[in-house]
Design a binder for this molecule. Structure first.
Ligand SMILES: [Zn+2]
Length: 152
């Protein structure tokens, strides 16, 4: 059975790493795949009144059927105005095996995971190249898994 416990080599298996991003068009309510996490973060960083819209047009069929696709767990992220991840770091979401919670981590260039604002503060303090990074640019707010499309 897959789990996130360290294996013999000390590496963590990551079966539940969130790596697909979709956004819902504010006009036609279809879901569109977002090509990169960076693009997704740009969308998320915008305020609520600037909702995402289809890049081309609303006539094209949606890329995914979030409500109907039960082969995956969809996370609903209603956060707007989320800060864009500071340059050099990566924000990852990991779905717990129970599918009931998601953990947010910021991964440093050294591969270290920061899992709280306290750890972020320590990291900024210890790393001169991140001196100008603001703690406000980190968000540990997590999206909620959509219950009705959960795995059995
Ligand atoms: Zn649309």
């Amino acid at each position: 059975m897959d789990d996130a416990t360290p294996n013999a080599s000390g590496e963590r298996k990551q079966p539940n790493l969130v790596d697909t991003f979709v956004a819902q068009c504010g006009k036609c309510y279809k879901w569109r795949s977002i090509e990169s996490q960076e693009d997704y973060e740009v969308i998320r960083s915008k305020a609520l009144d600037k909702s995402f819209e289809c890049k081309h047009n609303c006539e094209e069929p949606g890329d995914v059927d979030v409500e109907g696709d039960s082969t995956r767990v969809w996370l609903v992220d209603n956060q707007h105005g989320l800060p864009k991840t500071p340059h050099g770091l990566k924000r990852i979401l990991v779905l717990r095996e129970s599918c009931e919670r998601v953990d947010v981590y910021y991964v440093t260039p050294q591969g270290k995971r920061l899992k709280s604002r306290k750890e972020v503060a320590g990291f900024i303090k210890d790393n001169k190249s991140f001196k100008g990074t603001r703690i406000e640019d980190f968000s540990f707010v997590t999206p909620k898994p959509m219950k009705k499309t959960m795995f059995k």
